[in-house]
Design a protein around this ligand. Sequence first.
Ligand SMILES: Cc1cc2nc3c(=O)[nH]c(=O)nc-3n(C[C@H](O)[C@H](O)[C@H](O)COP(=O)(O)OP(=O)(O)OC[C@H]3O[C@@H](n4cnc5c(N)ncnc54)[C@H](O)[C@@H]3O)c2cc1C
Length: 492
Amino acid sequence: MIIKNDAASFDSYIKDASNYKGFCDKVLLPETVEDIVSIVKECSASKTPISIAGNGTGLNGGRVPEGGVVISMERMNKVIGFDAQSLTAEVEAGVMLADFLQATDLKNFFYPPDPTEKNCFIGATISTNASGARTFGYGSTRAFVKEIEVVLADEEIIHLRRGEIFAENNKLDFTSLSGKQYSLSLPEFTMPQVKNTAGYCISENVDAIDLFIGSEGTLGIITRAKLMLLKKPESVVSALAFFADEEQALAFSQTLRNYAKAKRDQSGALINPCAIEFFDNNSLIFLKPKYSSIPLGAHSAVWLEQNCLSAEYDQLLEMYGEALSDSNALDDIWFAFEHKDYERLSSFRHSISDMVNEYISKNGFRKLGTDAAVPEENFREFYFFNKELMKSNNMDYVFYGHIGNCHLHLNMLPKNENEFAKGKMLYREICQKAVELNGTVSAEHGIGKMKREYFYLMYSDEVIKGMAKIKSTLDPHNILNRGNIFYEEDLV
Ligand SMILES: Cc1cc2nc3c(=O)[nH]c(=O)nc-3n(C[C@H](O)[C@H](O)[C@H](O)COP(=O)(O)OP(=O)(O)OC[C@H]3O[C@@H](n4cnc5c(N)ncnc54)[C@H](O)[C@@H]3O)c2cc1C
């Protein structure tokens, strides 16, 4: 295990991509689960906080330490193996998603979870239940996690397998490898019926593995996982369509959602996109310096993707062509016919997030990017509420993202401290509105340290205390990822 004591070497471990910065006393780079157990043992005895570091692409300060030690997972980076029969892969938590995707592709497998940023570690994507464009069709990371190994705050190791341990009447019991028994009381509430990463995943009969997935490192350190794979799709239809009018782009997105719904009800045509992404007018203007070929007259854009059989490809292409023409898309549609075109479209989507992060980091502000989602029936109200709020407050912004899941990111672009302060207030108003519309304040980035006040808008005191009690039962000294999700006063 490598131990870094020199503060000069801490720089990359005390911040994340949100520009949130912290401090620590030591950085540890374990190589085995035994290394992790021994670190936890020492920290538990001295009540030293542990912050768990993936690759630092998080956007909520979740991995940012506020004292204590950092455990970086970077040396636990082995793909342990693939099993073609069960369509699974076993990995250590520090495997980079980009490397894993490349390895799966080479073996003709397909791992659908696709956060826009691929330079993240698999353990972190499980800890944040990361999702992306394809979540519309395939679900988030959670849907592809079959097993996890977790080191708890009391140095015990648990192995959780999907489908093995369920809560009964809001009580969840499980046992560690050494035989220690745990019994958790789960608060009673209904999670919003949207893509959601705010707080713990809880239901009356939740699978134990789902409580740990998305728990943002507050309940344990994920060291290893078995992931579910699919066979590599034979073909992919992918296109970026531009519209002269925002209403046309919104209507086209709704048409695609309807197609997907019909297909899921088994009553629909062949069209069944797995990704539907939206770019508003400000996003296209923001991207124009890098993508000068964005057509003149383009106001908004929609990117879609569908995996299919080779035999279906031509027919599907034709059907999409018709749907686009019926929706009045501009003639200049960017279809991906070859791998390089496909890469170009993915990179177009990635660029907007990257350029926003560059902007905020150049100006020295923290990111003010919303992550709210609302049910489909409330999406239009939420969309125009956001836009009106920005307009009436004269705030620069870009608005883009996962419109398939009614989950867009509104990124404010403050030019000075005053605008940043105003932006923080507007952010809260947006979260409040999302909650009012039965949505979530965080659909994919999680709460971390930066979004706690919004998390507290979402649930009653009783529910938050119930979630905090789970944390306190498993981590009574609050050593793991202290400051994530909960304020300290709520932890018993
Ligand atoms: C340009 C850009 C685009 C992005 N797009 C998306 C997107 O589309 N969808 C999405 O979901 N996210 C997105 N993100 C956010 C980020 O990539 C994800 O949250 C990712 O899962 C973080 O991975 P990481 O390895 O960088 O983790 P870090 O930032 O280092 O950590 C993230 C959290 O996971 C915890 N953690 C890390 N490893 C473990 C472990 N082994 N056990 C327990 N806890 C652990 C950390 O303590 C922290 O709370 C984006 C970020 C950027 C910069």
